[in-house]
Design a protein around this ligand. Structure first.
Ligand code: SF4
Length: 459
């Protein structure tokens, strides 16, 4: 048996890419994905450039692999993802023992690159070739009741701090019917919850079989009709293109969860302006207010960058005021550091590191307190969860997720046969990283008929 080990850094898009790459290499080369590198015949790193000093970290990882490879000269080493897209041929120049380099849009070329690397010395392909990737990946194999489904890639917003438009290219959307076909296939494999992925997922504009373009709201309506799919999520969104139709989807689509990740980055208009976000704090708040009219109990998480160039104490206090007003759930926050090649990298990085760290600690403490408050408020309520696995710490517990993405562990009467079913649990305790519950009711298993038609919507 020949094997592949894939190390994935970064976001859910990269996780999705890695699992599709594993499917592809299984189909093309019979490679079986293994969890440890030592037994691998092919070792791939799917890199991410969101982290600080991402290239340096990649090269230090590769440095450690140099000796590893001398002991295993038959192993092919490949680097993909956003850092590969940025560095291209330079990866081979600095680490000549790397055999192949591929970008996020040339994933589908990896089988050919592997063949070329075996025949000759090395193979590099980091072009932006829009739909080619999706046209050439095999249909996915589900790995449980929850699955990611990538519906668009790239970003055309060009926020001044962000590398994504340069590493993944401009926005492009997968055809509408291709997405529905993949979702129906996943449902047939036992998937009950789908998270639609895209760097800017609400910018989705997919061509339908009749030539008309469909937006994310329409896609969600059609996905809601697929038998077996009980829940839909999407991430990540941009406030600028969050229109009325999408807000309306939260009012009338029961399968769309009452949880949304909508990055704001800062509570100061001056900072948002320098970030080139294209929206103000007031516009962001207005969108959330309309969302809460559509779905009263919607929980909203967000992203913050602290210490962006020129951020004053007043700017930071405006961010803290926004957090207090909006009471975000489970938000992500980072201290700013420049990313090479972005417009913000040309600005003076003038907020001292100690100030950034102090502001970040204050902001995270408040966000954490809000998230805990929300968890504690759930104690005594009943929640619908999707049971997705046996709890990792054993004792026969099962584990599932609520609509607002909290893990609930509960005594698993019925055992692993309940995995993949929706159930109602009563929340009895809020713990730091999970909730404790007890089973109230379980729903019948769903066996989709798979005769889904792509031309009719149900809502
Ligand atoms: S919208 Fe998101 S992905 Fe696009 S440039 Fe801005 S931060 Fe980057």
């Amino acid at each position: 048996m020949r094997t592949v080990y894939i190390k994935t850094y970064g976001c859910q898009m990269n996780e999705y890419d890695s699992s599709r790459l594993a499917d592809l290499l299984h189909e093309s080369h019979g490679l079986v994905r293994v969890p440890e590198p030592d037994a691998a015949d092919v070792l791939l790193i799917n890199s991410c450039s969101i982290r600080e000093k991402a290239s340096e970290k990649l090269f230090s990882d590769l440095g450690r692999l140099q000796e590893w490879k001398t002991l295993r000269p038959h192993v092919l080493i490949g680097v993909g993802g956003c850092v590969a897209s940025q560095e291209g041929e330079d990866i081979r120049r600095r680490a000549p023992y790397v055999d192949l380099v591929f970008g996020p849009q040339t994933l589908h070329k990896v089988p050919d690159l592997l063949n070329a690397a075996r025949r000759t010395a090395a193979a590099v392909d980091v072009r932006f070739v829009e739909m080619e990737k999706f046209d050439n990946l095999p249909m996915p194999r589900a790995e449980g009741p929850r699955a990611f489904l990538s519906i668009m890639e790239g970003c055309s917003k060009y926020c001044s701090f962000c590398v994504v438009p340069y590493t993944r290219g401009n926005e492009f959307s997968r055809p509408f019917d291709d997405v529905l076909a993949e979702a129906a296939l996943l449902a047939g494999q036992g998937v009950r919850e789908i998270t639609l992925l895209g760097q800017n997922v609400n910018a989705y504009q997919g061509r339908r079989h009749d030539g008309r373009m469909a937006d994310l709201a329409e896609l969600l309506e059609y996905l809601s009709c697929i038998e077996g799919i009980g829940r839909l999520r999407f991430t990540t969104s941009h406030p600028l293109v969050f229109g009325d139709r999408l807000i309306g989807a939260f009012a009338h689509l029961d399968k769309l969860v009452g949880h949304l990740h909508l990055p704001v980055q800062s509570g100061s208009n001056a900072v948002l302006e320098r970030m080139k976000r294209g929206h103000s704090v007031e516009e962001y708040k207005a969108k959330i207010a309309r969302l809460r009219l559509a779905r009263r109990d919607i929980s909203v998480s967000t992203d913050f960058i602290v210490g962006f160039p020129g951020e004053t104490e007043d700017d930071f206090e405006a961010t803290m005021a926004l957090i207090d007003e909006m009471r975000f759930d489970l938000s992500y926050s980072f201290a700013y550091s420049p990313r090479p090649g972005t417009p913000a990298a040309a600005l003076a990085d003038d907020v001292p590191r100690a100030v950034k760290e102090e502001r970040l600690a204050r902001l995270q403490a408040v966000n954490l307190a809000h998230a805990r408050h929300i968890s504690e408020g759930m104690v005594g309520t009943t929640q619908r969860i999707l049971i997705d696995r046996e709890a990792p710490r054993g004792r026969g517990d099962l584990s599932g997720r609520t609509e607002n993405n909290r893990v609930v562990n509960f005594p698993g009467e019925g055992g692993s046969a309940l995995v993949g079913r929706f159930a109602t649990v009563r929340i009895v305790e809020a713990r730091p990283n999970s909730l404790r519950g007890e089973l109230v009711d379980r729903e019948d298993p769903v066996r989709p008929s798979l005769d889904y038609t792509l031309t009719e919507r149900c809502s």
